[in-house]
Design a protein around this ligand. Structure first.
Ligand SMILES: Cc1cc2nc3c(=O)[nH]c(=O)nc-3n(C[C@H](O)[C@H](O)[C@H](O)COP(=O)(O)OP(=O)(O)OC[C@H]3O[C@@H](n4cnc5c(N)ncnc54)[C@H](O)[C@@H]3O)c2cc1C
Length: 417
């Protein structure tokens, strides 16, 4: 099978890039190894920068039909007081809240929008196993589907297959590890009516919790020292439940078991090079983010928007001359994507590492919290709380959709066999 662009991985980065390219008339095939997008405990935070992109794509109405819950600020809960530490309410632009929506709902919405364009082709249960290469030039992907191995040739191959990227691995591309002191145990507990409304951080001694109000339930992230999940399990479920009750007295973990949790091994890393001739790496595959600030999805989406802004025009023009485009996209053009996205990536990771080292590491090492932590947080000037809100909500260098849109009916199909 031949196409202009083949993308490995239908996460936020791959799905958004596929939509934007198909929307610009570029033949694109998206390969996703799972049969659906239904995976729990993935990033669910849709920040104002991503809401802005959805608005620019005319998808806001569809998004608002999804089961989402919003929060306009992030609080610090010290046990005796709750104080706002990041305020989104004065962000410039149309959106002043973070929306929480199950990631599969978000992805299904993006995929449905992409399906409106004949240039889009999706193959589910297609596991990428290798790349088609000609020396250092990448010419497409090899994948398993229906028990057989297939090959797809393309002028542009995109690795958007996440933090454990298979494409990266088969190419021997190794990200630089920036270190993370913690792992995260995700779970959910029913939310009783009348319990606090805030989404908050709750530091403890040697542990911490992030509690996200999802309306009918709490999505909880229990922070533990790196590599200590085995020790947590060994102490037994009663000890785990007691730790949860101590941090958040108004939840009921009585029936929670270790089968109900999902463990995120936190990694912060990034590739030095995001491209080879004919190949681009974006999203978590190029840079795994710390969960601090919940920015992973949003950076992945921003990478996709930047990539489409740079590549859709040249690919669509080349496709008019010869369909599909199999000449590998030059490294010089692909390098522009990294040049555009490296500053927001590095700046965000640096801030995350600063918070990891100065706040999370001491907390997880068992440091005594200052007696007046709540009062000190309360004294933070409003301008600082708004700045934190801006960094989380909009990030550095928010992208806008500049790639063109073709008439949905006038485009050739994405699949050219
Ligand atoms: C437990 C957990 C909680 C998180 N919480 C948050 C949060 O609250 N907020 C936030 O913003 N981020 C969060 N993140 C991070 C966020 O999910 C990622 O940063 C984001 O999804 C990255 O998008 P991506 O498209 O680059 O990669 P991914 O979302 O990882 O998508 C990669 C896709 O590639 C597919 N794939 C992998 N290998 C292959 C292959 N060989 N062939 C074909 N397909 C393949 C995968 O099935 C997947 O669909 C969390 C992550 C985890 C694991």
């Amino acid at each position: 099978m031949d196409t202009t662009c083949v993308i490995a991985g239908g996460g936020p980065a791959g799905a958004m890039l596929a939509l934007l390219l198909a929307r610009a008339g570029v033949q694109v095939t998206l390969l996703e190894k799972h049969a659906d997008f239904l995976r729990d405990f993935r990033g669910d935070t849709i920040h104002p920068s991503t809401l802005q992109v959805l608005d620019e794509l005319g998808l806001l109405g569809e998004f608002q039909k999804l089961p989402y819950h919003e929060f306009p600020y992030l609080a610090l809960n010290t046990g005796d007081r709750v104080v706002t530490v990041a305020d989104f309410r004065s962000l410039p632009g149309r959106f002043q809240k973070i929306a929480m929506v199950p990631q599969w709902e978000f992805l299904n919405m993006i995929i449905s929008a992409a399906k409106a364009y004949p240039a889009f082709n999706l193959i589910m249960e297609a596991e990428v196993t290798g790349v088609l290469r000609d020396g250092a030039v990448i010419r497409g992907l090899r994948y398993r589907h229906d028990g057989r191995t297939h090959e797809i040739r393309a002028g542009l191959t995109v690795a958007a297959d996440g933090r454990h990227s298979d494409v990266r691995r088969v190419l021997g591309l190794k990200p630089v590890d920036l270190g993370a002191p913690m792992d995260v145990v995700w779970f959910r507990l029913e939310r009783d009516p009348g319990t606090p409304e805030d989404t908050f951080l709750r530091p403890g001694r040697g542990e911490g919790m992030v509690a996200i109000n999802r309306d009918t339930y709490w999505q909880l992230a229990y922070l533990i020292p790196k590599g200590s999940y085995g020790a947590l399990k060994a102490r037994g479920v009663e000890s785990f439940r007691a730790a949860i009750r101590k941090l958040i007295p108004f939840v009921r973990p009585d029936r929670l078991t270790f089968d109900d949790v999902s463990v995120l091994t936190v990694a912060v890393n990034r590739l030095r090079r995001w491209h080879l001739t004919g190949l681009l790496v974006i999203g978590d595959a190029a840079h795994a983010m710390s969960p601090i600030g919940g920015v992973g999805i949003n950076l992945a989406v921003q990478d996709a928007v930047a990539a489409a802004n740079i590549l859709a025009g040249p690919l669509a023009r080349a496709q008019q001359r010869r369909r599909p485009v199999l000449d590998p996209v030059p490294a010089s053009l692909l390098a522009k994507v990294r040049r555009r996205r490296i500053f927001p990536t590095v700046a965000t990771q640096q801030l995350q590492i600063m918070v990891q080292n100065r706040v999370i590491q001491p907390v997880l090492a068992g440091a005594q919290l200052p007696q007046d932590l709540g009062a000190a947080a309360d004294r933070l000037p409003l301008g600082v709380k708004r700045l934190v809100g801006r960094v989380i909500g909009l990030g550095f260098l928010p992208e806008h959709v500049r790639s063109h849109q073709v008439d949905k009916r006038s485009v050739t199909t994405g699949q050219v066999t």
